[in-house]
Write a protein that binds this ligand. Structure first.
Ligand SMILES: [Zn+2]
Length: 421
């Protein structure tokens, strides 16, 4: 079960003392201190995964001693990472248990997604709930204009979070090929970016900024907050204006040699459609057949929608009874199914999670699975194809999961509050 502020029917109020706690010097990274940090990360991940839990349950789940858990959760409470919930009676020995939960009232992660048509930004609490979401349609298409919008949104979100001291980190995600080590958007043809130093453009130095591809960010978010929470490996297949795959193994995204793993635009499907050609010259590439822009282009050519129509209007046309529009969208789902079959054979993940504009037509998921089964060496693997679990706010959860991942790997490294003692 995913923990949310509503799940237990109570909001956790801000602490009475108000202002941010004092800062302390960082301790060294070796020996007992390193172990203490690892154990705190373990307890934090357990609470994120399980939701509110009694200390005895945390001890059982982590293998730590009850004494250690009590000490660690006390440190976490001082650092505003956890709160005690009201005591609940019950259990065999009849003593009331006092569950602890991640404190959702104080710290925030910022997530910003730069899309083809708009920028979406928001705030996540420690448990990954979206507490603020805001989308801005691009006013200009130039790199300068889009970066200015991103900075404005960042500044608004800093205010909405309650100031920089309450922000643990910012994640920025966008399409195309992105190098998370350098924070550079290497190539994003849809918005015409090449070698854009996105992290440098948005970093003002008071907390860490993480940059990655939106597909990888959403793959990561699925393992923290979505349907892939209990998997060892998962593959996120994004089919929207862009297409891409994000592979997660043991809680980590696989980047590849050039941080380019999952670039599947030109995956050959062995099928083609009259008049469709990829920018690479071939006619059977996944991006050219399966993306939102590709299916919309086919609808325009067939005269089903106006020249400047949106993908949503094609979906609406199909909903209102156009058999031709429905067939275009069904056929697209079939193309994606072929791609899904190929990557399932290649990686055999516990789950293949679908995301993007493709899910605006869930009525075609059966066609997609059937096409995948047709292509697969073991057709039953198609049963592991599931839609995203990120729901509303998927873009904010995706980009926000970048700092979240770093935080839950080593909270002490990102906290601005004391945890020692
Ligand atoms: Zn191609």
């Amino acid at each position: 079960m995913m923990y949310s502020a509503d799940a237990d029917g109570q909001e956790h109020p801000a602490r009475p003392d108000g202002g941010p706690p004092p800062k302390v010097a960082r301790s060294s990274d070796t020996g007992p201190e390193s172990l203490r940090r690892r154990n705190m990360a373990l307890v934090a991940r357990t609470l994120l995964h399980r939701g509110p839990a009694a200390r005895s349950e945390i001890a059982h789940a982590t293998g730590l001693s009850a004494t250690s858990v009590t000490k660690i959760t006390a440190q976490m409470a001082r650092a505003r990472m956890v709160v005690e919930l009201g005591a609940v009676c019950g259990g065999d020995i009849g003593r009331p248990r006092v569950p602890v939960a991640l404190d959702t009232s104080y710290y925030r992660f910022v997530g910003i997604h730069i899309g083809m048509r708009r920028i979406t930004g928001g705030l996540l609490d420690l448990a990954g709930n979206v507490v603020v979401e805001h989308a801005v349609t691009h006013r200009g298409r130039t790199r300068k204009a889009i970066l200015r919008e991103a900075r404005e949104l960042r500044d608004q979100l800093r205010v909405l979070a309650g100031g920089p001291d309450r922000i643990l980190g910012t994640g920025v995600a966008t399409g195309g090929r992105v190098d998370p080590h350098t924070g550079v958007v290497v190539d994003h043809p849809l918005i015409g970016w090449k070698d854009v130093r996105l992290r440098d453009e948005l970093d003002i130095g008071d907390h860490p900024v993480f940059v990655d591809s939106s597909v990888r960010a959403m793959a990561l978010a699925e393992t923290y907050l979505g349907v892939a929470r209990d998997t060892r490996s998962s593959l996120f297949l994004f089919i929207g204006n862009i297409v891409g795959a994000g592979l997660m193994v043991d809680g980590r995204p696989r980047l590849g040699h050039d941080a380019a793993a999952g670039t599947i635009d030109h995956l050959p499907l062995g099928r083609s459609v009259d008049g469709t050609q990829c920018r690479c010259g071939r006619g059977d590439c996944l991006a050219a057949l399966g993306s939102d822009v590709a299916v919309l282009e086919r609808a325009r050519r067939a005269g089903l929608v106006r020249p400047n129509a949106s993908f949503e209007s094609l979906v609406a046309k199909s909903r209102s009874g156009s058999a031709e529009a429905a067939e275009l969208l069904r056929e697209r789902a079939e193309f994606v199914g072929i791609a899904a079959g190929i990557v399932l054979d290649l990686f055999d993940p516990d789950l293949l999670v679908l995301g993007g504009g493709l899910l605006q037509t869930p009525e075609h998921l059966d066609s997609l699975r059937a096409a995948a089964a047709d292509r697969l060496s073991r057709p039953e693997a198609a049963d592991r194809i599931v839609p995203t679990g990120l729901g509303e706010g998927a873009l904010v959860r995706g980009s926000g999961s970048l700092p979240m991942h770093s935080f839950f790997s080593d909270p002490v490294a990102m906290l601005r509050t004391p945890t020692g003692g």
